[in-house]
Design a protein. Sequence first.
Length: 336
Amino acid sequence: MTTTDTYLTTHGITVLAPARTVYGIIADVADWPQRFAPNVHVEHLERKPGAERIRIWATAGGAVKSWTSRRELDPDGLRVTFRQELSAPPVAAMGGEWIVTSHGDHVSRLELRHDFRAVDDDPAGVRWITSAVDRNSESELAAVKALAELGDRLGEFEFSFEDTVFTTGDPALVYDYLYRADLWPERLPHVSRLDLKEEPANQDTAGQDTAGRDTGGGGEPRVQVMAMDTRASDRSVHTTESVRVCFAPDRIVYKQTTMPALMTAHTGSWTITPAGDGVAVTSRHTVILNPEAVERVLGPGRTVADARTYLQRVLSANSITTLRHAREFAEATVRG
């Protein structure tokens, strides 16, 4: 494998917000899956003042890619530089910089620069990378602008909540139930359709589920892409598409890439943690609701507060149903 040509891109946007507000959004990488459409999940591998090492899962060019990056944070210079340690083909190397420039108390300029090389200098790879960088950069810049210009109002639209059940069943069986989402239409009353595709995993180090399928335990996390139809208590049917990253044996995180009109972002997780003589199984949701859709979906006169209540009720009801069925599956299997 040889790579010689380096390609440079620059994308920019003007933001009607203070430079430090813009920088704060760029610096807080843990919130990127909630903030930026392409980002699915971020794991911190190392953290120290002014530097961090992270692993990112993101969509690019219609595929889910994962890579490890180092980031250097300069809050005084309002810059964040990044360099991928391990890139995903067709990318051979990738790096760049976020640069925020103040143009007054409430006006900023944000630039996102990339340099990259393609595996074997393949022209098709260069085109794929360029298209993905252009599309993701424009999406991320627009998201930063929208978030920064919302200011304190973001707190009105964004909220989190969780539901937990306790079980004395085998935690491996609980994880298996949550991992085998392909069986949910047979197992869960609110799921009417689910199409699931999985990315290949490291077969040498991964674990297996009760059907003998690799789950990523001890090796690479499994990535699942799924489309699902769910029925709410009001009999409405919602179609969603999600990417899930499965960390056997105790955690699955996900991001909805297509969601109902009331939400502009929805991320979540399933976690299994020791608790007394058993385990606690928790479903967590973080949502940014779409204020422009409130009256269109819920009816005239309905408010953002009404939408928050409605979304939590619907999402929580489905999560609790799944949690209880997972508990029953684990405990019944043990009894059997």
